[in-house]
Design a protein around this ligand. Structure first.
Ligand SMILES: [Zn+2]
Ligand SMILES: [Zn+2]
Length: 278
């Protein structure tokens, strides 16, 4: 799909606005204004990604390990500071690479290579929601298979995904593990969001919001708190993935694992600390 120059201008003025919104609040103008548009976009994603990672991680840890101590996580299962610092260190090493992906995808969006749109002409709620659902199903399907192949191919597992599976016990997993991946592993698991843009027409802001939600989601499935809300693949399921290595490859829901026979439901006794404490 070729972009008309009006579409291109519309996208670039929108993305320039986001760049300005983030960068002008965080950096002196002479540091970022001279940069080419692509690098500004990357820098905006990089800084926003870090802020999202630290705010969501710290708030979540503060809530579950301090404010609600012993409610969700027993005191002796709180990950050590060393484990969390190592997860932060790994996430920080990978962050410049992760954030290259949305910068590249924004470049493709601006040039009209995807089906992403930015206007609200002919907007229709029903069609819009249908496309969002389709987008999510596609992303879920692709993440399932990317994740499964990362386990099934020894080479990929050893060189990429093993880094994330260093954390294989309840008391080593924390919300900060959500982005503790080898950079290429993290990118591969996020690529479905970019591929989906070429298949499903979706509004640009919806796409950005879903990426934002992704940052929060990945922190939440590593907190080891089993919410048990069907059909959500919450942390209870993902903790099993980290301990058995061959179940629950899915991302948002249990459907793909159910369909492809790799689902393992957390046992009632694993349900929550609260239950155990009774
Ligand atoms: Zn895995
Ligand atoms: Zn994980």
């Amino acid at each position: 799909m070729a972009a008309t120059s009006a579409d291109y201008n519309q996208f670039v003025s929108e993305t320039s606005f986001y760049n300005r919104m983030v960068l002008s609040h965080l950096l002196p103008a002479n540091l970022w204004e001279p940069l080419p548009h692509f690098l500004q976009t990357w820098l905006r994603n990089y800084l926003a990604g870090n802020i999202l990672y630290f705010i969501s991680g710290f708030l979540w840890c503060f809530y579950i390990y301090y404010l609600k101590l012993n409610v969700y996580v027993p005191k002796d299962s709180i990950p050590t500071r060393k484990a969390m610092l190592l997860q932060i260190y790994m996430a920080m090493k990978a962050m410049p690479w992760y954030t290259l992906l949305p910068a590249v995808s924004e470049y493709m969006i601006e040039h009209g290579w995807t089906k992403c749109y930015s206007t609200l002409d002919h907007f229709n709620w029903f069609v819009c929601l249908l496309y969002i659902a389709l987008y999510l199903v596609l992303v879920e399907f692709m993440i399932y298979w990317v994740h499964k192949e990362l386990h099934d191919f020894n080479f990929l597992y050893k060189h990429l995904h093993a880094t994330h599976h260093m954390y294989n016990k309840q008391n080593t997993l924390s919300p900060f593990a959500g982005l503790a991946f080898h950079p290429l592993d993290g990118i591969l698991q996020a690529v479905p969001h970019v591929i989906a843009l070429f298949i499903v027409p979706i509004h640009h802001i919806t796409h950005l919001s879903l990426l934002f939600f992704e940052g929060i989601w990945t922190a939440s499935i590593h907190d080891c708190i089993h919410g048990n809300i069907w059909p959500i693949m919450g942390a209870g399921y993902h903790t099993i993935h980290h301990t058995t290595y061959k179940h629950n490859y899915g991302h948002y829901t249990i459907w793909m694992d159910w369909m492809f026979g790799s689902l393992r439901v957390p046992l009632a006794e694993e349900d929550s600390f609260k239950e155990k404490a009774k």
